[in-house]
Structures are given as C-alpha cells and as structure tokens.
Design a protein. Structure first.
Length: 338
C-alpha cells in the first residue's frame, strides 16, 4: 500500500509531490489537483487525444461504507465519514508517472473515455486515492442569471462580474445549482448521483497507456446516521423523546450558551422516530425521498457552526451522522417514516 501522493504544478509548471498533512492542506491541494486534471484533459482533447484501446484486467474498486477522514487529535482516531470522497484502489502500473481518474453516469468505455468527467490526477507510485466530488462553473456558457444563487441551500454561490462564483468553504456538492442552470454552465460530480469510474496510467504528458481499468458497477455518496453502532455511552446519547432541542440536527442552537449550529434541514427530510417504528427508539433518520443532499444535517451533527471548517479542532459535535458510499442498487434499511 502506497502513501497517497498528489501531483501539483509549481509556479514554473514543474510537477512536485505533495502529501496530505492536514485536513485544511488536503482540501487546498485537492483544488489544485482538480484544476490540474481539468487543464491536462483540455490540453489533450484540444490537440489529438489518444483514445484507449482496451479495458485491462487490472481492477479498479471503490470502498463501500463510511468515507475516509483525518486523524482526530483529541481522540487519536480516524474520523470515518468525514470526507466527501470515494476511496479507490487499483493495481499499480510499472513505469507510470501519474494516473488520471474519471467518472461518468454511464459505464466508462474505451469510446467514451474523454466524455467522462476528470476527477483527479494522482502522482505515481500509488495504488489508492481519495477522489472528491466537486461542482464547477464554466465561465463561457454562464449567463449570470442568478438561478444557481437563488437555489443553493448553503448560500455558497454569488454572481460576481457577470459569472457565478462558488465558495468552496460552503459548497457541499449537492448539485441543486446544476439542476437549475439553463445553459449547463455548472458541471462536475455531486452527491446522490451514481457514478462509474475509470483510471488510466500516463507514462508522460502525451504518453497514455493503451488500457484503462474500470469499475464493475456504479457508486454514489449519501449522508447516513450511524445507528448500527448506537450506544448511549459511545454515541451522542441525545435521542431523547420529547427533547428535540438536545439534538444538534434538530435545533438551531447547540446549548444554553446560544452557540449557533445552523438552520436545520431545509426540506424537512430529517425525522426522529418517536413512535417508535424502528428498533432504536427516538433515533434520527433521513428520508431519502425528500433529501436534497445539502449536508446541513452533517454539519450540525459535527457542529461546524454553519460553515464547513476543515480544522479538526473546531469539531465539537457528536459525529453520528456520516458520509457514506453505497452501490447504485443500495436500498435504505431504515424504518419507514410514519
């Protein structure tokens, strides 16, 4: 198993290796990775792109379950379910310089490789990587209509100088902006959508491998309350009947000191089992028929104080609600909402 190393271009255009050190640095480097991947793809596509000719036997797999996370300095443990990322694994290719990972709502093939969405460029040697979901605004087709700004549940988009601008400290890649954009100026990957993935080795900037490796199926990111391991002494213990104010997800304020958590679910998709109809009385669940994947419940449970703060020292919540990777055919195992 190799340490994840990411290719980042310096001010001279040279490639250097940057390893993940902190959550904040990881996110900053991620932006550079996505931009590098997009730029490299455009350069190749603008010239004479070399299509792959075969799908190799080298497997590309996606980890199911709660996503990865950084080490909590107070607990000394990995905070699983923290990152908005798919963890991918593949077979290392000899002499590879870097790998390009792409995603698509349809199976990735040799014919549609350049139609798939560039998601990450990973410096070799590597056989695993966290690949993040991310939406982006393409300036040329943007008409500054403001619809994305109006619909964003996280207030992460503003129209500035005739183009929509995304604040990535607030954006949770829910994709609501993509749904309303009349010119398809907002592209990328998002929560709740099923994606097939492919990976291709490059032996140099214009020297791609003939083969690609692809996933057998599709995967998506969701939010999920970790009720499997519920224990009042280990979990938050705030699922108390008739006392919704105790739960970060169901209240605007965290405690008697009036620490603001957020505004709660904007579409009333989070519910508490007070009947009870499930195995765990008063448990908090997500109604996936109503959920818009905005991530507000996650931020309140982790107590981000209304803003995505990548500094682990800011986490004062209970972290029961997590980000989870599920297969395309996954069906929720929670009880039906009364």
């Amino acid at each position: 198993m190799y340490i994840l190393q990411i290719a980042v271009a310096d001010e001279h255009g040279d490639i250097r290796i940057d390893e993940r050190k902190t959550v904040k640095k990881h996110i900053v480097v991620l932006v550079a990775v996505v931009l590098l991947a997009s730029t490299a793809a455009c350069l190749r596509e603008g010239g004479n792109p070399v299509l792959p000719t075969a799908v190799s036997s080298a497997a590309l797999t996606v980890d199911s379950g709660f996503t990865s996370g950084a080490i909590d300095p107070s607990w000394g443990l990995y905070m699983t379910g923290e990152f908005s990322a798919f963890t991918m694994r593949w077979t290392e290719i000899d002499d590879a310089v870097y790998y390009e990972i792409r995603g698509s709502e349809s199976p990735v093939t040799t014919e549609n490789w350049y139609d798939a969405i560039p998601m990450a460029t990973v410096q070799a040697p590597a056989d695993t990587a966290d690949v993040f979901v991310r939406v982006e605004v393409q300036e040329e087709p943007c008409i500054a209509c403001g619809l994305c700004e109006q619909v964003c549940p996280m207030n992460a988009i503003t129209v500035e100088n005739g183009v929509a601008v995304i604040d990535y400290d607030l954006c949770t890649a829910c994709g609501q902006c993509m749904d309303v954009c009349p010119t398809e100026a907002i592209t990328g990957t998002r929560y709740g959508k099923n994606y097939f993935f492919g990976i291709r080795a490059f032996f140099g900037e214009d020297n791609p491998a003939a083969d690609i490796a692809v996933t057998d199926g599709a995967w998506r990111l969701i939010y999920y309350n970790n009720h499997y391991t519920y224990n009042p002494t280990l979990s938050c213990g705030l699922c108390t009947a008739g006392d919704e104010s105790a739960c970060y997800i169901l209240t605007d304020y965290a405690d008697s000191t009036d620490v603001f958590c957020g505004y709660g679910c904007p579409v009333d998709a989070v519910w508490q089992d007070t009947e009870p109809v499930g195995a765990v009385p008063n448990m908090i669940y997500i109604d996936y028929d109503e959920c818009i994947n905005c991530g507000q419940c996650f931020m309140e449970c982790w107590n981000y104080h209304g803003r995505v703060n990548p500094d682990p020292s800011s986490y004062t919540g209970m972290r029961s609600l997590k980000r989870r990777v599920v297969s395309a055919n996954w069906v929720s195992d929670q009880p039906a909402r009364p």
